[in-house]
Design a protein around this ligand. Structure first.
Ligand SMILES: [Mn+2]
Length: 379
């Protein structure tokens, strides 16, 4: 990818900053059940981690790329807490309004507290803002939803210095979560931006070329959210230089999913799941979701109880074993199969499954898979 050549005389303009987004402070987290309060607290604790990291790393500034708050109606105490945290961070802080907290009448950004935090700038305008080493090009959102590209105003060339876009939305061509706010994938190339700092997606995504990235949320929000709970430490040595990006972990809580999409067809798997659960670290800071589907063998019933009690030791758990079906205790089911190739296959597998060889075990597994399949079809 060709980079535009800066016509500005070389000056010491390296830039190092922390890119974060989607704090969503004030999230009620009802989906976390009894752990909702812990989940809400963790978002604030992780935010504190981000600010401490900005200080420890002595970055030039901290950038929040949208959705700092869950919505514009959040408790004003939360607004004051976040403003105090950012205001107490020993570096400049830039905060972009996102689609959860758009800059509009009555928004969180009208709270007077923002005026008293001297180091904090709310990026209310789509206009360049000078930062150490270059310029920030903010794309604040003013509505919850729009099909307009919030980055459309960005000029295709700058006056020298490193150019960093701060935007919130969906990189065009990929639809994720709620639609709207399309951001062109080639924005960096087209505008000669050194880095496009994005918010809105909860997972960390660094695009090839390292000029466009989603930091992801600093703290996971739900089960099955891959690569969340990070911030990005970005260093750019000069205009046009490839950004060096380090992914740093900030998550306080872990959301672990077990057994999803995996049907159990051989004995021993439930015991294995019980062991794995018991061995998971940081159980008081972990939420688990265990989904059991497949065959339940008579002698394994105790393992289900074992899994239940292992689950209870976590901060929160969701255990669903409604997908388990009793395993066959004899081979009568084979006779009930429709006559023909299916029944013949089952009979052959049954013969092959006798004994203790590796081959016999494979045949037994195939036979039980066939049984599971036949049960599914009959339902
Ligand atoms: Mn968003």
């Amino acid at each position: 990818m060709a980079q535009p050549v800066s016509l500005v005389p070389p000056h010491n303009s390296n830039m190092r900053f922390l890119h974060t987004a989607d704090w969503q402070i004030g999230m009620r987290a009802v989906h976390a059940g009894s752990a909702a309060e812990a989940v809400r607290g963790a978002r604030m604790d992780a935010a504190t981690r981000v600010c401490r990291m900005a200080e420890d790393e002595a970055v030039d500034f901290l950038l929040l790329a949208g959705d700092t708050f869950e919505d514009n109606a959040v408790d004003r105490t939360s607004v004051e807490q976040v403003a105090a945290l950012l205001g107490g961070t020993g570096c400049p802080v830039f905060v972009l309004p996102g689609n959860h907290d758009p800059h509009q009448p009555g928004s969180v950004w009208e709270h007077p507290v923002w005026r008293s935090a001297a180091n904090v700038t709310v990026l209310r305008e789509a206009a360049p803002v000078a930062v150490p080493g270059g310029v920030l090009l903010p794309c604040p959102l003013r509505t919850r939803r729009s099909d307009e590209d919030p980055t459309a105003w960005i000029p295709s060339a700058g006056d020298g210095g490193i150019r960093v876009v701060a935007a919130h939305g969906n990189v065009a061509g990929i639809t994720a979560e709620e639609g709207g706010f399309p951001i062109p994938m080639d924005l960096a190339t087209r505008t000669g931006a050194d880095y496009v700092a994005l918010g809105h997606w909860h997972s960390t995504v660094i695009y090839s070329g390292a000029r466009t990235a989603y930091s992801g949320t600093h703290e996971p929000t739900r089960f099955g959210e891959p690569a969340s709970g990070n911030v990005l430490l970005v260093s750019i040595s000069a205009p046009g230089a490839v950004p060096q990006i380090e992914t740093r972990r900030t998550a306080v809580l872990r959301w672990v999913r077990i057994g999803e999409g995996e049907a159990l067809t051989v004995p021993g798997k439930l015991a294995e799941i019980a062991r794995n659960l018991a061995n998971l670290p940081d159980q008081d800071r972990t939420l688990v979701e265990v989904t059991l589907t497949g065959l339940l063998f008579e002698r394994e019933r105790e393992d289900v109880s074992r899994i239940e009690s292992a689950c209870a030791r976590f901060l929160a758990h969701r255990l669903d074993w409604s997908g388990l079906r009793p395993a066959p205790d004899d081979h009568d089911w084979i006779r009930r199969l429709p006559a023909g190739s299916l029944q013949i296959a089952a009979q052959r597998l049954r013969q092959a499954a006798e004994g203790t060889s590796e081959e016999a075990r494979t045949a037994m597994q195939a036979l039980l898979e066939l049984y599971t399949f036949a049960q599914e079809v009959r339902r």
